[in-house]
Design a protein around this ligand. Structure first.
Ligand code: NTF
Length: 855
């Protein structure tokens, strides 16, 4: 408050405050100004990179004003805030999104409701200056601080929280290197570091917001003057956390939230001058580098926990800095500690931030002097925990000795939390001796391990899964005992969602425009259930024609991308069959490529006459394998080798093409997803917690072939089972099937057997390269049930072929499906979190409500 401008001077400020662009002239003026002054270039030296930079800076200026105002308003109104703690935020590009949000205010002031907003001031302005907006957008480097679905979900949530005016901050790490870039060399994945910070106009370093983070050392316990037991964490080393802020604009609102990312820095500044002067240059630089290593790189594993010390350091560094920040903000309000959870809701995105529970307990106990019970009541009312996987290899566990060394005080607190928890269990279930061992936060193994999911459950007031089946599964399998202990109400479901702004309007502008023309404008981008108005056009000839034309145009665009990146020509009239996601055995890309081989063999065995009746297909794959995941890399290798045989086989021609798209990421997804006819979501039932690309594909007018898993089940419920191709065994049967593989006789599916024979013959290169992939199914129990589901998969693919021949009916199916996808907006999802977990209300900006969009 002391820093505010006195009343008499405020008019001058207001006069010069920036607003949205009122005309394209205003925008052009700003772009030219940034080129000439900020970038110190001229019209004789302005390439697309410079135009991108200047356009971003122009929009950024407008964003910052809204952002500051939102933050001020949130502070003054003193309402509850949500803090979304995620080790991953897979943001993709920002400019397009900023244009959509800032540009909207233009649109509002104009009398007619514009259909493509960015074609107003910004696009026209740029073209007058000699640039195509599409090319400018392409210049931006993706912000790829995530692995896959979990990180992209966090990004969609930020968009929805801002758009719904929910006061919310994201907290994460500012990795210097995001997820690696994937190159394909001779069919093999090669990883290239993703240094993305060369020019990033979307972040603001806050060199004044620096937090000291302690590691290692020891705990000293003593009695203070009042005779109270006190614990002091002493010694060890200090690393500094520096805040970098990223504005998160909401759609059709001025509200602009904040994403705060922490970067690590040596405590001693540049380097230790003492050591430097005494000739110990190397070790002084080493100290600095060791500190900077903490936020240097994103761990590239999806659905896998490796238990590395540096990862635990990252987690504590990020959690401690974030909690320091949150507690500091709360203390400024001068409220009683008992009100903490009325002001603060912290959501744990998976177990990665679970240490926040322990850290808050430590702050309240050791620094603020609260009693254990008082502190614990506050802590356990503050946190919510979202589980994103049931895969055992993904459930985080940390070795006790490692913990003891790095975070000695936290380990003590964990033991104490566990003690009180086990005492409660014992009181409730005095006769069940092995229950204690089963639910203990400490696993009695060699070495002992801290079970992070159990700690997260014990320290949170709500635990949720991310789709109905998944939320049921966690209650009946991995967390069964905890349902018994805490009761069923602690466990709930919030089915994932996606933001329609990025995944419909930005990725597929023509489709968005066509939809808008039928459902009364762009209001569906705020209330996606308005899409159901479309259903009456499912049989409208004229509408279907336009719909199909847009799909074709999107396929042409992808075909061009395929041509330039792989050199392969694909026919845009063929059925585009797409599977893009992280490569994982449970996601079963191997089943897909075996299916492709089966199709190839079938084509080869046909007469020319028979071939004429076939529906041409392009099988498109994309996705990264974790660098240490050998089997996943082998799958990529096989896909590429199959492609190089099939794509040049003259017998096959256009009937089948096999494409592996290099370096799948958010911005490529925006091109790939709108071009699909059918996409594959074919995980072993019960393994894919939700999946979110399934939602994106259907929303863009594609159909799905999939298993009864994750959100596929709810998609089926919404769009109707006639509009989805389901196949395969059910989750409830998986356990028995696996048992039968290991203890009964396990006969290969005969069609799959033929595929394996062909691989073993060397048709797709050295058979030895693929023996582990085949062996996992033939000899090692086929854990992911590829053979069990293969027949059903092939048959269902044949149904897809048949259905695609009736283009008219196919188009109707896709329109009906889009019309029924309203449920899968991340806005719906965030509203559920807000109501049933966070207990927060929106804070609507003062001058809002003039939107042309309604709602
Ligand atoms: C992922 N989990 C799941 O594998 C996806 O099914 C789900 O859609 C996303 O989370 C988002 O909820 C993980 O990445 C993790 F880390 F939990 F393994």
């Amino acid at each position: 408050v002391e820093a505010s401008i006195p009343e008499p001077q405020r008019a001058a400020w207001k006069k010069f405050q920036a607003h949205g662009f009122k005309s394209k002239d205003e925008f052009e003026k700003e772009v030219v100004r940034h080129v000439e002054t900020t970038l110190a270039r001229s019209m004789f030296n302005c390439d697309e990179t410079a135009a991108y930079a200047a356009a971003s800076l122009a929009f950024r200026d407008r964003l910052i004003t809204q952002w500051n105002r939102t933050q001020q308003r949130q502070t003054f109104s003193d309402t509850k805030r949500v803090y979304y703690l995620s080790l991953e935020f897979l943001m993709g590009r920002a400019l397009d999104n900023a244009m959509l949000n800032v540009g909207l205010k233009n649109a509002r002031t104009s009398s007619s409701l514009p259909l493509i907003l960015k074609l107003t001031a910004s696009a026209e302005g740029l073209s007058e200056l000699g640039f195509r907006i599409e090319d400018i957008i392409e210049q931006e480097h993706d912000a790829a601080l995530g692995n896959g679905g979990l990180g992209r979900l966090a990004a969609c949530f930020l968009d929805s929280m801002a758009s719904l005016n929910i006061p919310a901050w994201g907290y994460g790490l500012r990795y210097r290197y995001g997820i690696f870039k994937q190159e394909i060399v001779d069919g093999y994945q090669v990883e290239v570091p993703d240094y993305w910070l060369d020019f990033n106009p979307w972040e603001f370093p806050r060199h004044d917001i620096v937090v000291d983070i302690q590691f290692y050392g020891h705990v000293r316990k003593y009695q203070d003057e009042a005779g109270k037991q006190v614990a002091l964490w002493e010694g060890g080393e200090i690393v500094k956390a520096v805040a970098y802020d990223v504005p998160i604009p909401g759609f059709d609102t001025q509200a602009t939230n904040n994403l705060r990312l922490w970067s690590s820095k040596a405590a001693s500044g540049e380097f230790d001058f003492q050591k430097f002067n005494s000739g110990d240059y190397e070790s002084s630089v080493a100290d600095q580098q060791r500190a900077e290593t903490i936020s240097a790189v994103l761990y590239p594993n999806d659905n896998l926990d490796r238990g590395k010390e540096l990862r635990l350091k990252q987690q504590y560094f990020w959690v401690a800095a974030s909690l320091y920040d949150i507690v500091r903000r709360f203390k400024k309000s001068k409220r009683a500690w008992s009100e903490f959870s009325d002001q603060v809701a912290i959501q744990l995105n998976d177990t990665h931030p679970t240490l926040a529970i322990v850290e808050l307990q430590r702050i309240l106990l050791d620094q603020e002097g609260l009693e254990w019970d008082e502190a614990w009541t506050i802590v356990s009312k503050t946190f919510g925990y979202t589980n994103h996987t049931v895969l055992p290899e993904a459930l985080e566990k940390w070795s006790v000795p490692l913990f003891q060394n790095l975070l000695p005080r936290h380990l003590q607190i964990i033991y104490e939390i566990n003690l009180y928890f086990l005492q409660l269990v014992e009181r409730k279930f005095p006769k069940e001796r092995d229950l204690l061992g089963r639910v203990s936060i400490i696993e009695e193994s060699q070495p002992k391990m801290v079970r992070m999911a159990y700690l997260a459950i014990v320290g949170s007031h709500k635990v949720n899964g991310v789709a109905e089946l998944h939320s049921d599964l966690i209650k009946t399998t991995i967390f069964k005992d905890f349902v018994k202990i805490f009761g069923p109400d602690k466990f709930t479901n919030v089915t994932n969602g996606i933001t329609p702004r990025r995944w419909l309007h930005q990725a597929n502008p023509r489709l968005s425009e066509l939809i808008a023309s039928k459902v009364g404008g762009l209001g569906f981008l705020k209330d996606l259930t308005l899409l159901n108005e479309l259903e009456k056009y499912a049989d409208d000839k004229e509408f279907k024609k336009e719909w199909a034309e847009i799909k074709y145009a999107n396929k042409v665009k992808l075909a061009k991308h395929i041509k330039t990146t792989t050199g392969v020509t694909v026919n845009p009239s063929a059925l585009f069959d797409i599977q893009v996601k992280r490569i994982h055995e449970y996601k079963r890309q191997q089943m897909n490529i075996f299916g492709v081989i089966h199709r190839y063999l079938t084509i080869k065995s046909m007469t020319a006459e028979e071939r004429k009746k076939l529906a041409p297909r392009v099988s498109i794959f994309g996705g990264k394998a974790a660098p240490g995941y050998w089997m996943a890399k082998t799958i990529i290798h096989l896909i590429n080798n199959v492609g190089s045989v099939v794509n040049k086989d003259k017998d096959v021609g256009d009937l089948l093409k096999v494409i592996f798209l290099e370096d799948y990421n958010v911005s490529k997804a925006e091109v790939i997803i709108p071009a699909s006819d059918i996409s594959e979501h074919i995980s072993t039932a019960g393994t894919e917690a939700s999946g979110t690309s399934n939602m994106k594909f259907v929303l863009n007018g594609g159909l799905i072939i999939g298993t009864c898993d994750g959100a596929n089940i709810e998609i089926t419920r919404e769009i109707g089972e006639n509009n989805i191709f389901l196949f395969g065994n059910l989750a409830e049967d998986v356990e028995d099937l696996r048992h039968a593989h290991n203890y009964g006789s396990h006969a290969m599916d005969p069609d799959l057997g033929k595929v394996f024979e062909e691989i073993k013959k060397g048709t797709f290169g050295d058979a030895g390269a693929f023996s582990a992939l085949v062996g996992a199914i033939e000899d090692h129990g086929d854990y992911y049930l590829v053979s069990d589901d293969f027949h059903s998969y092939i048959q269902t693919q044949a149904l897809v072929d048949e259905a695609y021949k009736d283009q008219d009916e196919w188009t109707s199916k896709t329109i009906t499906s889009v019309a029924r996808m309203g449920f899968f907006s991340s806005d719906r999802c965030i509203n559920e979190y807000a109501e049933s977990i966070w207990n927060v209300e929106p804070l609507v900006p003062e001058d809002e409500g003039t939107s042309g969009l309604g709602k």
